[in-house]
Design a protein around this ligand. Sequence first.
Ligand SMILES: [Mn+2]
Length: 384
Amino acid sequence: MSRVPSFALVLCPSARLPVCPSARLPVCPSARPPVRPYYVPQMPFTLAPDRIAAAQSLAGALAPGQRVCLTTHVNPDGDGLGSEAGLAHLLRDRGIDAVITNPTPTPSRFAFLFDDLPGVDRTSEAIRELRRADAIVVLDISDLGRLGNLGETVRTRGVPVACVDHHVSEGVLPDGPRYLDAGAAATGELVFELAVANGWTLTEAAARGLYVAILTDTGGFRFSNTRPRTLRVAAELLEVGVDPEEIYLEVYARAPEGRPRLFAEALQTLVVEPEYGLAWVTVPPGAIERLGVSSDDLEGVVEFPRSIEGVRMALLFREVSQGRVKVSLRSVGNVDVAAFAKPFGGGGHTKAAGLALPGSLAEVQSLVLTAARRYLRDRTLRTA
Ligand SMILES: [Mn+2]
């Protein structure tokens, strides 16, 4: 153990004095030192005995000295990547050789998550890594189908495949321990529970990943999935030393110039149908390549059609390749876009979901918008 930092000796004015068990010294939660290696997070709510048992059985499947691959869904987002970074730190601190193996590359705006994990993001050789793994942990998704080109390797490996996820859609994975809660705002919230239920010390580096996970999946603590316990977990992460402004700048204020230009072009296509409460935007074909940005830079654009008064369902159409169109769906109030997406083979959460269909942009738009009008009309009739 290294030396106790001097800030721990400051008399704390706050009533709450979490005591560091390794140092036996009070740690002042109102001080903001850069690193607090001794802060042991408190469980800010009661965890049911079956949840603690599930968390411990997942941890029990991962032993020191093992090589463990962490993976998440294609086009990984802040929750998938932040949960991976957080769990990678937690496991590596316990002597487990955790590496990250995703089906698609890390978007540049989230690359900072792995700055303090040099060589750990092994996505470019994911299949080779998965073939030598002793165990696999799937984060933020429960379905092989969303693991893209890694699905087949994960299915046939014959090692335990653990899963930590908060998605409502059902899926198929090989056997292994599960830690699932569809009520959690983010997978990062569940990784926090795993850590505390197992008595793992949370470093600032691990906490930073989990904070990014929760921040992004709650839209900056704005969406309805933000529960009291979500904020309690976030509060514990700040206690560990996470700097919220630094994270905000990393995630939301390092955009290339092409991003606002892409927004401008996409928003120019806005169509609103107030009679249905429907609004949608379309990414002009080729705009992403022409502006030198990536599809990840579209994050947030669908919030604009959703923000219009009276809109209950907002859609974003994007041609992902010749003859294949991706549709992002967002809703307001009691409209369930995960249920809407299901007959199309899509899924997600009740207020944020997605689907992808073969066809031209015009064909997919016509099909999905016709279904959306019917879906919204049926819901209006039922609630009238
Ligand atoms: Mn998530």
